[in-house]
Ligand binder design. Structure first.
Ligand SMILES: Cc1cc2nc3c(=O)[nH]c(=O)nc-3n(C[C@H](O)[C@H](O)[C@H](O)COP(=O)(O)O)c2cc1C
Length: 191
């Protein structure tokens, strides 16, 4: 079982990468599950301008960068979205990356780690309605970090309770993912 931790900011100097590395360091204490950090910026995705709606493309996307992104997302059973809040919602580049694919997300699991002045909770609420379109199973537990008190000049200065919160998120996510993967295997389905 493989979980992708998606770095949801492509900004230079982004805080998202450090958050994702922390998530990985805690998550990989879980046995029998592989966690990988997925840097969105490395895919250099174009803005979605294709005439073919991604859900109708049968994975044959116009742009090689999107094909590569799709193959990466296809290789994961579930995800942790590391998301900042931009203008009271989700980052545009991350939404574009999400919109650029379709079957690769379908029916998979997702958990959210956010941050911002209000701990990024608005971004997560928006993500929850968005991922519902692909029947993704979003776990209840989320980790929401304060930009004001938990991000310092020398890196993350997380509240003590964060590790426990993240551990619960990872447990919920891996439990749900196991069930979905098993159900798919039993049904002989391929994702
Ligand atoms: C375009 C933009 C809009 C932002 N809007 C918000 C916002 O609505 N709420 C908030 O808490 N922080 C907001 N911020 C501040 C971000 O939370 C902060 O810059 C954070 O470091 C962004 O994550 P990143 O460094 O991983 O890109 C905004 C930042 C940017 C770049």
């Amino acid at each position: 079982m493989k979980i992708g931790i998606i770095v949801g900011s492509v900004r230079q100097g982004r805080a998202a990468s450090a958050v994702a590395q922390w998530v990985k360091s805690v998550a990989e204490r879980t046995e029998d599950v592989t966690f990988e950090v997925v840097e969105l910026s490395e895919f250099d995705l174009p803005l979605l301008t294709s005439a073919t709606v991604p859900g109708m493309a049968n994975r044959a996307y116009d742009d090689e960068r999107v094909v590569r992104w799709g193959q990466a997302i296809d290789s994961y059973d579930g995800f942790i979205f590391v998301t900042p809040e931009y203008n009271h919602s989700i980052p545009g580049a991350f939404k574009n990356a999400f919109d650029s694919l379709a079957p690769e997300w379908m029916g998979k699991t997702v958990g959210f780690v956010s941050y911002g002045a209000g701990n990024g909770v608005r971004a997560v609420e928006h993500w929850r309605t968005i991922v519902a379109n692909f029947q993704m199973h979003a776990v209840r537990q989320q980790v929401s970090l304060s930009l004001f008190t938990e991000f310092g000049d020398n890196g993350l200065q997380l509240e003590e309770r964060r590790e426990g919160e993240l551990t619960t998120l990872v447990e919920q996510l891996t439990d749900a993912t196991r069930k979905f993967v098993l159900a798919d295997e039993l049904a002989g389905a391929t994702r």
